[in-house]
Write a protein that binds this ligand. Structure first.
Ligand SMILES: Nc1ncnc2c1ncn2[C@@H]1O[C@H](COP(=O)(O)OP(=O)(O)OP(=O)(O)O)[C@@H](O)[C@H]1O
Length: 223
C-alpha cells in the first residue's frame, strides 16, 4: 500500500515560488487502476515524478509498504526504482539504437540477469503485449501504438508491483488506445500490478477503477 501524507512540492522556492503540489493526502491500495486527472499545470506530472522517486518532495512523505520512499541515498533510490517501479511516458522514450527486444532487455541487463533469462522474458513480454513478431525491429520502424506496447513491456521487465504512466495514450489513435488499455487492465487484473496513470483522456478515465481529480496542486475529488 502507498500512503501519501501532506505532500508538498514548491518549485523555485527562492525566486517566484510555484506550489505544484499543495498538501496532498492519498492512499493507493495494491492492485488499483487509478487515473490522475485535471487541467494542464494542476500537478499531475509532478505527483507522478515524486511518487516514482524521480523527484523529491518539498514536504510530506510517501510510505510504500510502510517504508519512506524518499529516505534513501540517491544510489539506493536508483536501485529501488529500477527494481520496483515501471515507467511509461507519453513519448514512449525508447532507445532508438536498440531493437524492441533490446529495449525490453536493457533494465534486466542493468540488474545483471543472465542473457538467456533476459531473452526469454523479453520474448514473453512482447508476446504479452501482442507484438511478439516485432522483437527485432527498431523503434522507428514501429507505429506509435506498437512503440507504446514496447514501452509497457519494458516497464514490466523488472517485475514491478507499480507502474506509473504519464499520458500514455496522448499520441495514440482510438484503436491503439483501446488495445493498450486492454493490455494494461489485463496486467492489472491477472498480476495485481498497481497502475497510476496521469491523463486527459476520457477513454482512460472510463476504464479506471478510481479517478483522482487534481486542481491547482490539490485533490478536489475522488471517484
Ligand atoms: N521544473 C519545474 N520548475 C518550475 N516549475 C515547474 C517545474 N515543473 C512543473 N512546474 C510547474 O508546476 C505546476 C505543475 O506542473 P505539472 O507538469 O506537474 O502539471 P500537469 O498537471 O502535469 O500539466 P500537463 O497536463 O500540462 O502535463 C505548473 O505550474 C508548472 O508550470
Amino acid at each position: 500500500m502507498i500512503e501519501i501524507k501532506n505532500l508538498v512540492k514548491t518549485y523555485n522556492a527562492d525566486t517566484i515560488p510555484v506550489q505544484a503540489l499543495d498538501h496532498v493526502d492519498l492512499k493507493i491500495e495494491e492492485g488499483e487502476f487509478t487515473a490522475v486527472v485535471g487541467p494542464s499545470g494542476c500537478g499531475k506530472t509532478t505527483f507522478l515524478n515524486i511518487l516514482g522517486g524521480l523527484d523529491t518532495p518539498t514536504d510530506g512523505t510517501i510510505l510504500i509498504d510502510g517504508t519512506d520512499l524518499h529516505n534513501r541515498s540517491s544510489a539506493d533510490m536508483i536501485t529501488y526504482r529500477r527494481d520496483n517501479i515501471g515507467f511509461v511516458f507519453q513519448d514512449y522514450s525508447l532507445m532508438p539504437v536498440l531493437t524492441a527486444e533490446e529495449n525490453v532487455e536493457f533494465i534486466m541487463e542493468l540488474q545483471g540477469r543472465p542473457k538467456a533469462e533476459r531473452a526469454a522474458r523479453s520474448k514473453e513480454l512482447l508476446n504479452a503485449v501482442g507484438i511478439g513478431d516485432k522483437g527485432k525491429q527498431f523503434p522507428t520502424k514501429l507505429s506509435g501504438g506498437q512503440q507504446q506496447r514496447v514501452a509497457v513491456a519494458r516497464a514490466l521487465a523488472s517485475k514491478p508491483k507499480l507502474i506509473l504512466a504519464d499520458e500514455p495514450t496522448a499520441n495514440l489513435d482510438s484503436k491503439s488506445t483501446s488495445d493498450l488499455l486492454d493490455i494494461m487492465r489485463q496486467l492489472n487484473e491477472k498480476e495485481n500490478i498497481t497502475f497510476v496513470i496521469a491523463t486527459h483522456d476520457q477513454r482512460v478515465m472510463d476504464r479506471a477503477k478510481r479517478v483522482i481529480q487534481f486542481d491547482d496542486g490539490k485533490i478536489i475529488d475522488v471517484k
